[in-house]
Design a binder for this molecule. Structure first.
Ligand code: GLU
Length: 297
């Protein structure tokens, strides 16, 4: 009996803490093209778990911008804020397996350790209410193969650090919920910005701990204003909904190593996207962690 591999399911997972900017549009378009070029599904998930950072109505603003750029998602949009019961279950499962522990260290103490937590609470069995919870890293594998950047080696301190999956304020952390969501949505491949590349081995390891198949991962170059300064909400990148749509799409495709023919420069985004879907190859995406891009800031 032959085993049929699961159909392609990809995703774009914005945090509604600010509008889409040129940098986040790159992740949206790259993940969309990778899914559509393989006749796969492209899901959108609102990563709104960090409630204090979320802005009202930003989710709908992001969805409208995706539509404006012709990026129509499949199925319904998943909201992390509606999945707390599921995260609680996964947390209890890890707790029963004694894979997590409570930690009392403050940020100040961790900076005094040199910025990387040294796992000192791992042996303490602390029980108070307002503590963070960390997953024992058990020396996560430091290597993985990235679909864009090839063989990767993550620094040992990062791989050895027991990391937070539930915060001191009671909120579940990105590192836990992203994995639970990818599992529940049946994601087969994660295409996202290169800022998350170092987190990949952790996420792969957690996925295996939770007994699920591990997706493939590929990372896209980051748009930066200058080395080390990614175009981001924190750097007040401009909302792209204000820019001429066709021109921005043309730039995004150039950025991703797929410059459309000049006659498509001012063509409707649907036309540009269908051209790009037909010729999309991840191997054409530049293997550069950062690309300077000051035009749409
Ligand atoms: N929500 C994250 C962000 O907006 C992306 C997480 C992911 O793709 O794994 O940067």
């Amino acid at each position: 009996m032959s085993i049929v591999p699961p159909a392609y399911i990809g995703r774009f997972a914005p945090s509604p803490s600010g509008p889409l900017h040129f940098g986040s549009l790159i992740a949206a378009v790259g993940s969309y093209l990778q899914a559509k070029s393989q006749h796969g599904q492209w899901l959108v998930r609102m990563e709104d778990i960090d409630t204090p950072r979320m802005l009202p109505d930003m989710d709908s603003a992001i969805l409208r911008t995706l539509e404006q750029f012709g990026l129509q998602w499949d199925g319904v949009v998943l909201y992390q804020s509606q999945r707390l019961a599921r995260y609680r279950d996964m947390f209890s499962q890890l707790q029963q397996q004694q894979l997590i522990y409570a930690c009392q260290c403050s940020r100040k103490q961790i900076s005094a350790m040199g910025g990387t937590y040294d796992n000192r609470c791992g042996a303490l069995q602390l029980t108070a209410d307002n503590l963070a919870w960390r997953l024992r890293s058990n020396n996560v594998n430091t290597q993985f193969s990235d679909l864009v950047f090839g063989a990767q080696q993550i620094s040992t301190p990062l791989a050895q650090e027991d990391y937070i999956i539930k915060r001191r304020d009671g909120l579940f952390a990105y590192q836990l919920v992203v994995v639970v969501d990818d599992i529940d949505q049946g994601i087969t491949e994660v295409i996202r910005g290169a800022d998350l590349l170092p987190m990949t081995p952790r996420q792969q390891a957690l996925c295996s701990l939770l007994g699920a198949p591990v997706p493939r991962y590929g990372h896209l170059p980051l748009a930066v204003l200058q080395p080390g300064f990614k175009l981001s909400k924190q750097n007040h990148a401009a909302a792209i909904s204000q820019w001429p749509v066709a021109e921005v799409m043309y730039k995004v495709l150039c950025f991703l190593g797929h410059p459309p023919p000049l006659e498509l420069k001012h063509a409707a985004v649907a036309e540009q996207l269908s051209w790009a879907t037909a010729c999309w190859q991840l191997s054409r995406v530049p293997r550069q962690m950062e690309i300077s891009s000051t035009e749409f800031r």
